[in-house]
Design a protein around this ligand. Structure first.
Ligand code: FES
Length: 181
């Protein structure tokens, strides 16, 4: 094989190996960085509907996705239940509910979130992430995380009146029910 052909063959092979490695990284990133699709298996019971009076927040631990335990605040708003991930949007400290002010306050650098999880003070750059939540036959279930800024987050915020137009009767999220629930 002439020298120039051998070099271009080697270059081509190296390019192919590089592409395969990049594909591998992309697969790993997709697998571990994106939230998994919701399924009945990842839903977790979070008490009875009567455990959640209006404008109160209760902290529960979510382990339904098999990952690290995740603190989730469940709040009953005038238009329905909402579930917020407890981690501050600034540097991930756990926020704390304050009943007198109806806010979530971050003890680390002073971020404040209102009852809808919207950042209203401090360095937090955006609202809290949500978790999927639904009530069924007097029972509350929570599901996987819904990151702020995604179309699903926006739809959920609209459904309980945090932003935009409320659509009555809509259950937020894409939870599928099964007989296991
Ligand atoms: Fe919450 Fe910095 S981590 S304000």
């Amino acid at each position: 094989m002439p020298e120039t052909r051998r070099r271009s063959f080697i270059k081509g092979m190296m390019g192919m190996v590089g592409s395969l490695i990049a594909l591998g990284y992309a697969f790993v990133a997709e697998r571990f960085m994106l939230p998994p699709p919701e399924s009945a298996a990842t839903l977790q019971k979070a008490g009875k509907s009567s455990d959640y009076p209006t404008n109160t927040a209760k902290l529960v631990v979510y382990t339904g996705d098999g990952g690290f335990p995740d603190g989730v605040y469940i709040v009953r708003l005038a238009k329905g239940l909402a579930a917020y991930d407890e981690h501050c949007a600034h540097l991930q400290c756990p926020v704390q509910w304050s009943q007198p002010t109806l806010t979530f306050n971050c003890p680390c650098h002073g971020s404040v979130y209102n009852v809808y999880g919207k950042n209203v003070g401090g360095p937090a750059p955006h609202p809290l992430n949500y978790h999927r939540i639904v009530e069924h036959s007097g029972q509350v279930y929570i599901g996987g995380i819904v990151p702020w800024g995604t179309p699903e987050w926006t739809k959920m915020a609209q459904s309980f009146g945090a932003i935009g137009k409320f659509v009555p009767g809509r259950i937020p999220g894409t939870i599928r029910w099964s007989s296991k629930v």
